[in-house]
Design a protein. Sequence first.
Length: 258
Amino acid sequence: MLQRRFLGPVVARASPECRHLVTQAVPISTPRTATTMTTRRPMVRREQAGDWPIFHGLSVAEVGVVSVEIARRPDETMVSAAADVSRILSTALREVLPGDRRFTLLAVGDKVATPSRIARFTAERDKLWGALERSGSALPHGTRVEHSVNGQDHLRFAGTMCFEMGELPRALEVTRTRSAVCVGWTAEHPVDCHDECWSIASTATDSTSLLRASIMELRGNRFVARTYGRFDDSAITSEVFAHHALLSDLDRALSNLP
C-alpha cells in the first residue's frame, strides 16, 4: 500500500547522511492510499532542500526533495528492501520523463596513500570503476569515464558513467553503498554530459560533499537522485532533488502508480 503524508517543518539528525526526524506533521492534503506491487506501505514526503542542515549556506530556495520510504521487514536484507524502493522511484520517473531518457552516475573513490607503492599500483590499475566492481558493486551498463584527482599525499579517482533509464535501479544501489549520485535531465540528455558532471565529481571528497556539489549545480532541467539506507537501518529511502515543477509531476506520478 502507498501511504502519502505531506509534512510541515522537519529537523534533520546531526548526521547529514541520516534521514529526517519529523517534529511536526501538518496535513495539507487528504491522505490517500493506493495498492502497489508490494505489500508494504511506502511513505512519500516532500520537503524544501533548505531545511536540511547539509545545504545551509547554499542557494537552494528553488530546490525541493521528494522522498519515497519503505520499512524493512525484520527478516529482509538491506539489498532487497533497497531494490524495492529504487524500483518504485524509477517507475514514477519513467512516467514523468518522456521517451528513453539517459542518466549519469557520478562517483568518487576512496583516498589512497601515495607512499604505499602497492596501494598506489592497485589504485592506478583498478582506477574508480574497477575498484568498485572488485569491492562488490554491480554497476550499470554504460559509457565509463574516470580520472585521477591527486592530492599532496594521496591518490583518488572520480568518474562518470552514462546509462539508460532501465539501469536506474542498479545505479541507485551504487549510490546507497558508495559516494555516488545519479544525475538526470528532463530535457534531452546533453552530449557533453561527462564534461558537465566531471566538474562536480572532481571537487567532491565523499558522499556529503558530492551531494552538496550536485545540488549547487542544479539547473531547471537537471535533477539528482539517490537511495539511502545502511547497516541496520529499519527504513530505506529513495530521493529526488529538483526544482519544484519536476517534483510536482513526480508527486502526481507516485500517487497514480498502479
